[in-house]
Design a protein around this ligand. Structure first.
Ligand code: 5GP
Length: 195
């Protein structure tokens, strides 16, 4: 696969819809996919390490990078908390001959899609229902009742953007959703991608 293709896969979903699990599945199945490590101003959770899940930056550093036009997109996903995709991160992955997978919020996904057009495939992972989403968030050890409510409120809003995505995958049965998403990637990137 030529590095000049410079394609990206974008996965977005309400928090708790199974996006992280599906992303992990895709990364294990396809050696030519690479996780795009976003920058964020939020604090690390649990055992998260800098430069693995995220580049954890101070607000001043993040704003400096905005000023220097270093982001392909960035959003305040939660009030006062920035997340963004660095252009240098995509270049790093393309230079390895790989395809970045962006696990980002809905607005960021639409931004990337606008900029990269048919070089990007955007997939919205749809939770089976808001109730199912709440159940999943309650089972997470890291969430407080307030953060669960914030995420639920946001979910309904995010679902309203799903029709702007190239594809929607409903995550009712995780295994099926993983396979459906994998098939969309193969369709977009071509059969050579699986070699
Ligand atoms: P969390 O704090 O749970 O890791 O992520 C919160 C939300 O921020 C998730 O929806 C995640 O996909 C999104 N997010 C992570 N990285 C980025 C990014 O680079 N840009 C945007 N716009 N959203 C991101």
């Amino acid at each position: 696969m030529s590095t000049s293709l410079k394609k990206v896969i974008i996965l977005a979903a309400p928090s708790g819809a199974g996006k992280t699990t599906i992303t992990k599945y895709l990364l294990e199945r396809f050696s030519r996919l690479a996780f795009s490590i976003s920058a964020t101003t939020r604090a690390p959770r649990g055992a998260e390490q800098d430069g693995v899940a995220y580049h954890f930056l101070s607000l001043a550093k993040f704003e400096g990078l905005i000023y220097q036009n270093e982001f392909l997109e960035y959003e305040q996903v939660y009030e006062g908390v920035y997340y963004g995709t660095l252009k240098s991160e995509l270049e790093r992955i393309w230079a390895l001959g790989k395809v970045p997978v962006l696990d980002i919020d809905v607005k960021g996904a639409i931004q990337v899609q606008k900029q990269l057009g048919d070089k990007s495939l955007s997939i919205f992972i749809m939770p089976p229902s808001i109730d199912a989403l709440k159940e999943r968030l309650l089972h997470r050890q890291t969430e407080t009742p307030e953060s669960i409510q914030t995420r639920i409120d946001k979910a309904a809003y995010e679902i309203s953007f799903s029709n702007q995505f190239n594809k929607v995958v409903k995550n009712e049965v995780l295994e099926t959703a993983c396979n459906d998403t994998a098939n969309l990637l193969i369709e977009f990137l071509g059969p050579d991608f699986t070699k």
